[in-house]
Design a protein around this ligand. Sequence first.
Ligand code: PMP
Length: 360
Amino acid sequence: MTKDRVAQWIRPEIQRLSAYRVADAADLIKLDAMENPYTWSPELIEAWLERLRQVSVNRYPDPQARSLKLRLRQYLALPEDMEMILGNGSDELIQMVLLAVAGPGRSVVAPEPTFVMYRQIAALLGLQYQGVALREDFSLDLPAMLQVIRERVPAVVFIAYPNNPTGNLFSAEELQAIIEASPGLVIVDEAYSVFAGETFMPRLEDYDHLLVMRTLSKIGLAGLRLGMLMGNPAWIKELEKVRLPYNINQLTQVSAEFALEQPGGLDEQARLICKARAQLQRALQQLPGIQVYPSDANFILFRTPPHQAEAIFTAIKERGVLIKNLSGQGGLLTDCLRVTVGTADENHAFLKALKAGQKN
Ligand code: PMP
């Protein structure tokens, strides 16, 4: 029987996991995955297609993506003595880091709730994952973090800055204390930093066990899958051994470079999104029974009255808008929903659907 053979040979820790599920968004306004809502102008699309025409798809891509990396270094203002490794999305970089440190007795620490992929990848590699609960206002519980770091001696500490799904930026002083107390590697995941205007990039010079991670996914290029991990060359050199040679395909290399060359670049839309975020936040605050959390990212977390999250989520979806229901994760996220900031029209449609959903 196939089933028995699968059960015999697939590692038990993998059999216990569930595959990452992505909701089907067909025909829905998509405000569930922190994508940038803006598309390119027809002129820009033409220029991009012209560039793609020159690609030789019969050839492998540049395994080092040298030309793209030069552009990225400039865009990210990476200090000259620091190195960069690219991933097929930052998801793949998390996987590379954990592959490089995995081994008996090795552990990974992160505050919780946070981005689920840290736990998921740690679990499939047999690493011990220890989440440390955030306080009720989603700030770091620094004494608890420091204690777990002392006890577990983690190979890696992940801190999303700003955090997903809570949307807040942790205190920079507390984060610094965590970096200083950590015996292994600290990854500051800055997937949403353009919406916060804060970065630990300059601190790379101060801490040689700090790596900063970024992605192009939240600033308009989620479809390309490109993440960047930066820091001391000694770490990057080892991680390069884990990276598959052609992980960044040719179309992604050329397209990302093209996007970064555009005047105004990717950050202009981020400014529009921040403006829309403030409006959406104000509108949500006016709704009775809804508790809105402050956000430094391109999404907003809010709490419904007890036991209503599922019904409100479904009512919003029935009205054509897909957001994210986090209530099932329990703990601090009980009764919580998360909406990505979209265009003015999309945000309006969401608010209308939410108001109608509350009435039911
Ligand atoms: N880090 C955080 C904090 C995220 O929220 C996400 C996406 N949800 C990622 C990393 C993964 O991004 P990418 O698309 O680059 O894999």
